[in-house]
Design a protein around this ligand. Structure first.
Ligand code: HEM
Length: 181
C-alpha cells in the first residue's frame, strides 16, 4: 500500500500513545528507515506487520486498531491535502458511498499503482443502502467499519452496519446493509 497509509498509522499511534510506543512498534515490525514516503508503494505485508506489532506493543486487538484507523483516515485525508477530493465525492452519506470508486479513481492520478477495493451500491432506500465491498486483500474488514462510521459522522449521521453476506477466500467480498438516522 502507498506510504500515506503507513504514515497515517504512524501519526495515529504517536497522537494516541506517544512517540516511544511508535519507536517500539517500528522496531518490532522490522522497519528501520526514518519514515514513509507518502507517494511510494510499500508491500502490503509491511502495513500488516505494523498493525500486528502495534497490537502487541499497545495491547489492543488488531481489529480494534484497524477500526480506529478507518475512522481516523476520513479526518486524516481531509487534513492532508485530500479535502477537496472528499468534498467532490458527495454532499450526503449515500451519494458519497456511490462515488467511492470515482474517489479512488481520482487518487489513482497521484498514485498510479493504487490497488483500491471496488464498491457497489444497491437497494437504496430513504435511510438505508446495501454496500458491496470487493478487495483482493484479506483482513481489511474492521477498517471498513471505521471508514463507514467516520463517513457517517462527516454527514452527522449515526450508522448501523450489518453484514448480509461475506466471502473471504483469495479475495474478499462483503455485502453490508447500512442503516442511518
Ligand atoms: C481522499 C480520500 C482517500 C484516499 C486518498 C484513499 C487512498 C487509499 C490508499 C492509498 C489506499 C491503499 C491501497 C493501495 O495503496 O494500493 C486505500 C485503501 C483503501 N481505501 Fe481508500 N482512500 C480514500 C478514501 C476512502 C474512503 C472514503 C473509503 C471507504 C469508505 C476508502 C476505502 C478504502 C479501503 C477499505 C482500503 C483498504 C484496501 C482494501 O480494502 O483492499 N478509501 N485508499
Amino acid at each position: 500500500m502507498y506510504g500515506i497509509v503507513n504514515r497515517a498509522i504512524e501519526e495515529l499511534i504517536i497522537e494516541k500513545f506517544g512517540i516511544d510506543k511508535w519507536e517500539q512498534v517500528k522496531t518490532k515490525a522490522g522497519f528501520d528507515s526514518e519514515g514513509f514516503m507518502t507517494l511510494k508503494p510499500y508491500p502490503d505485508a509491511l502495513t500488516f506487520k505494523l498493525v500486528g506489532a502495534a497490537s502487541e506493543i499497545l495491547n489492543v486487538p488488531a481489529d480494534t486498531l484497524l477500526e480506529a484507523f478507518g475512522e481516523y483516515w476520513i479526518l486524516y485525508t481531509a487534513e492532508k491535502g485530500y479535502g477537496e477530493m472528499l468534498n467532490l465525492a458527495g454532499d450526503s452519506f449515500p451519494s458519497f458511498l456511490k462515488n467511492l470508486n470515482m474517489l479512488h479513481g481520482r487518487v489513482t492520478n497521484l498514485m498510479p499503482e493504487l490497488a483500491p477495493p471496488q464498491f457497489e451500491c444497491r437497494n437504496e432506500k430513504e435511510n438505508s443502502i446495501e454496500l458491496i465491498y470487493r478487495s483482493h486483500r484479506n483482513g481489511m474488514i474492521p477498517m471498513l467499519y471505521g471508514l463507514i462510521k467516520g463517513l457517517a459522522k462527516r454527514f452527522e449521521k449515526e450508522v448501523e452496519i450489518t453484514e448480509l453476506e461475506s466471502s473471504v477466500e483469495e479475495n474478499t467480498t462483503v455485502i453490508f446493509l447500512l442503516t442511518w438516522s
